[in-house]
Design a binder for this molecule. Sequence first.
Ligand code: RFL
Ligand code: PHB
Length: 395
Amino acid sequence: VAPIRTQVAIVGAGPAGLVLAHLLHLRGIESVVLEARSRGYLEQRVRAGVLEAPTVQLLCDAGVGERLQRESLRHRGISLRFDRTDHHLDFVALTGRSITVYGQQEVVKDLIAARLAAGLPLHFEVADVRLRGIETDEPEVAFTDGDGVHRILAAPVIAGCDGFHGVCRPQIPAGRLTVFERDYPFAWLGILAKAAPAQEEVTYAHSDRGFALASMRTAEMARLYLQVPPDEPLEDWPDGRIWDELNARLAVEGSAPLNVGPILERGVTTMRSFVVEPMRHGQLFLAGDAAHIVPPTGAKGMNLAVADVAVLAEAVERFFATGDSALLDGYSVRCLRRVWRAEHFSWWMTSMLHLAPGADAFERRLQLSQLRYVTSSEAAATSLAENYVGLPYGS
Ligand code: RFL
Ligand code: PHB
């Protein structure tokens, strides 16, 4: 079969790959997106839920924010619970900006719909993705399409948007990337339940039983998390135990218990901090989780993926318009500034809120002191708030 020729080959149709494809289309640049999973799988995969202000702005400016504007929940801030007391942080008062609750799979649905409606190429259920010649000017992506046909995609620029477990990053020769990594001695057990959220805003709880988080997707759908040991078997957590533990950890003086409902989805997520430098090798540009992972405590992962491809789209546009690769050459350095800010914020939120195995009273006192500080000092609260709502692009 003759090779498919395009300007940008995009591996992965998560938030990074789909937003990139859309931004390129708006700039008149052709791309082909290759995705290992089916459309149905992507649209059901429950993941992130909190969008930063700059992410919302970008999606709306790009013309894919219509349903988001209509159906998302706009929140003024978050709550931090400790010492069995609720402490509200009002981000709008502190920074003038709010956060938006809208499921990642809803963002993905909107972007897939926009791409297919425009008749643009998006191949689901591809396999055997292999990169060739990424150190040359004529790189290629070999793959097997959903019908089992072997194909070649030839494109001057390849975007590795295939997530942490993808195939692009491992094809960069050993020794060309520096890896920075931290594992955490705990995981999150997450559930999606058909139950009205008991809290008005996203609520993070520090407790002697471990961390818990109460979030939501809609007025009828709660998204809840419990800190558990790494590799915790789900079988050890029948529904009753999950609800009891959430109630025990989230309880504050005088609070009503959570609304209980059927659990529609459940899973255990490992926690990791991970960055590769540079986010590029030859003509391969890594974006999103393919290049960096944050623990979910700061709600930064999806937002970082979108921020990366905003930079990449601009650089690619310049390259194809003028042949000038200065912005492509600066891609990694520019992204990594934001990445490391989010890495720090996510690590800090994680360390402040979780119960590390073997933590002694000294560490617990430090956590409580920090929690009291960020909920009582306007300067400290503003620092948390500006990171959480998302620092402006380019800062
Ligand atoms: P994704 O979403 O993993 O997409 C990568 C895509 O690449 C495909 N793929 C391949 N395609 C072709 N060939 C291959 N060989 C391929 N290998 C993989 C995959 O099928 C997939 O479709 O990466 P992307 O686009 O970089 O987006 C990153 C985000 O998904 C991630 O950072 C967030 O979900 C992280 N995250 C959160 N981020 C937030 O901003 N706010 C949150 O509130 C938040 N909460 C979370 C989270 C992640 C969680 N989990 C489950 C990891 C909560 C959880 C529980
Ligand atoms: C979510 O709603 O899934 C969520 C909210 C806040 C986080 C992580 C996940 O920090």
